[in-house]
Design a protein around this ligand. Structure first.
Ligand code: NAD
Length: 303
């Protein structure tokens, strides 16, 4: 079992808002990259900026000769397609002993099954979703939540170190994905709370910037108030780089985990419904900070 240290070869599948800066960090650290994305433009833009990276035409082709395959795709269904289900899936190009690392925010119950299916063909899977958004993907300071085997995490540690600052082994397969979905429940709830507070406060005559500044020096402080209030919500630029559709998916995942465990979580259920409706009203590709506009819309309808 070789350690995944530069100049090892990594197949990187999914060069979107997060995958692009994460793969850029790997290239800068000296890893050799083999790339695949459904979007030809995403691949050619990346190769244009990182000429040593190799463009490929399928997950299978990307995986050929790679020491590890990293996926950074919208959800676990896309990951399963790319790794094992598509006719040209990565598993057909992976040698036994290759490491699969899913850094997407996938459903942990699906991940447990994926780990079993990949183990049957001699491939170990780590789930390694991330938190921190585009900004921390760019500067390599993501929080990485790992599920899987401790020895496999040690193999992958140099690659994780190029992309993240905090690397936590959360438990066996699926544990990282479970923790990520639950983290995003907290993140989404904090954002909605801040947005509703801003709508009410503005109607009362308070200045939104002043409100955020006071939250940040008071007990209302959260990730939303610290890194989304002054930056994206108060100026109404809504450019955080994470979509409402993906946040709604993460909430649904957290809800599915609770249901799978037969746990009744009314607050979580409400958050799932809130974000799913927001994604349909705002459009799934709207930035998740536009939930402020949704809070304004609801205040008009219901108030
Ligand atoms: P994105 O939509 O910007 O990028 C996804 C990329 O995957 C796109 O380039 C798309 O063309 C490609 N793709 C989709 N299906 C594919 C397939 N079957 N095969 C190959 N390529 C495919 O999404 P993102 O914002 O980069 O998020 C990726 C994952 O990371 C999601 O699971 C998301 O929930 C999670 N995440 C996002 C953020 C963020 O701030 N954007 C933060 C943490 C985690």
């Amino acid at each position: 079992m070789t350690t995944l240290a530069p100049p090892a070869t990594i197949a990187f599948i999914g060069l979107g808002m997060m995958g692009k800066p994460m793969a850029t960090r790997l290239a800068a650290a000296g890893f050799r990259l083999r790339l695949y994305d459904l979007s030809q433009k995403a691949i050619s833009d990346f190769v244009g900026a990182n000429p040593t990276a190799v463009a490929t035409a399928s997950p299978k082709a990307a995986a050929q000769g790679a020491d590890a395959v990293i996926t950074m795709l919208p959800d676990g269904k896309a990951v399963r397609q790319a790794l094992i289900e598509a006719p040209d899936a990565a598993q057909h190009g992976m040698a036994a002993g290759t490491l699969a690392i899913d850094m997407s925010s996938s459903n942990p119950v699906d991940t447990q099954k994926l780990a079993r299916d990949l183990a049957a063909v001699g491939v170990a899977l780590l789930d390694a979703p991330v938190s921190g958004g585009v900004k921390r993907a760019v500067d390599g300071s993501l929080s990485i939540m790992v599920g899987g085997n401790a020895a496999d995490l040690e193999r992958a540690r140099p690659a994780f170190g190029a992309m993240g600052k905090t690397i936590t082994l959360c438990g066996p397969a699926g544990a990282g994905h479970a923790l990520k979905a639950l983290n995003n429940y907290l993140s989404a709830a904090g954002l909605v709370a801040m947005c509703e507070a801003l709508v009410v406060g503005e109607a009362f005559g308070l200045d939104p910037g002043t409100m955020v500044d006071v939250f940040n020096t008071s007990t209302g402080k959260s990730n939303a108030t610290e890194v989304k209030g002054r930056q994206f919500v108060v100026p109404r630029n809504f450019v955080a780089g994470f979509t409402t559709g993906l946040m709604a998916k993460d909430l649904r995942t957290a809800g599915e985990v609770a249901n799978h465990l037969q746990l009744n979580m009314p607050g979580l259920r409400q958050a799932v419904a809130y974000w799913s409706d927001a994604a349909s009203k705002l459009g799934g590709s709207a930035d998740h900070t536009e939930i402020f506009r949704y809070a304004e819309m609801l205040s008009d309808q219901d108030g």
